[in-house]
Design a protein around this ligand. Structure first.
Ligand code: 5GP
Length: 214
């Protein structure tokens, strides 16, 4: 009887969206730390960096001119304008990672998610993270202390618009307790990875099993 049956699977594109301040960035960091096959898609943005952000690690911070130039050269998989700034996912690193069988995590908004739906629907796993309440969202935005009061106000009023897109997602996580939310997202990743359609070599596995059964 053969052992070491290989059930290699296709890479997944995991989208995490949420209103700003719902805890998505901290969740992403922890997920990346724990899942060695998961890689973050680092976006380009024209937003200025916040105090603790690092260029080429949190974002590629670029000028409007550079962003428009990349857009004209069709270098983005998706892009959107969020809070007066441009954000975009570069095509090349995503395509290379997928080819290498890696899973990719996208921290993008609903506009970007809709664009990905049109191009790579089958590989997408869409997760929406909600704050437990409006008060908690405001508290988290203020605690972050990286935006001006005016920006916080803007982000609060935008949150309602963003939340209205919840139905475009496969999973909803109410981020009340960080560790619990992390566990839930990990369970989603495990279950999605086990989907029959993602297991590239399952036919070989079945054939081999059936051969051994006779
Ligand atoms: P922030 O300025 O707080 O880092 O991000 C603002 C919003 O832009 C967040 O909802 C974030 O998910 C979204 N975002 C970040 N990068 C991208 C991107 O490449 N594409 C799109 N569509 N949204 C992005």
């Amino acid at each position: 009887m053969k052992d070491n049956l290989n059930t290699d699977r296709r890479g997944m594109m995991i989208v995490l969206s949420s209103p700003s301040g719902a805890g998505k960035t901290s969740l992403s960091r922890k997920l990346l730390e724990k899942n060695k096959n998961l890689f973050l898609s680092i976006s380009f943005t024209t937003r200025p960096p916040r105090s603790l952000e690092v260029n080429e690690s949190d974002y590629f911070f670029v000028s409007d001119e550079k962003f428009i130039d990349m857009l004209n050269k069709d270098e983005f998989l998706e892009h959107a304008k969020v809070f007066d700034f441009y954000y975009g996912t570069p095509k090349k690193p995503v395509m290379n990672a997928l080819k290498g069988g890696k899973d990719i995590l996208f921290d993008i908004d609903w506009q970007g998610t809709q664009q990905l739906m049109n191009s790579v629907q089958d590989d997408l796993v869409k997760i929406f993270v909600l704050p437990p309440s409006a008060k908690e969202l405001e508290k988290r935005l203020l605690k972050r202390n990286q935006d001006t009061d005016e920006t916080v106000k803007k982000r609060m009023s935008k949150a309602s618009d963003e939340i209205s897109h919840y139905a475009e997602y496969d999973y909803i996580i109410i981020n009340e307790d960080f560790d619990e939310s992390l566990k839930k997202i990990n369970s989603i990743l495990i279950a999605e990875g086990l989907k029959r359609t993602r297991q590239n070599k399952i036919q070989d596995v079945i054939k081999s099993l059936r051969d051994d059964l006779f």
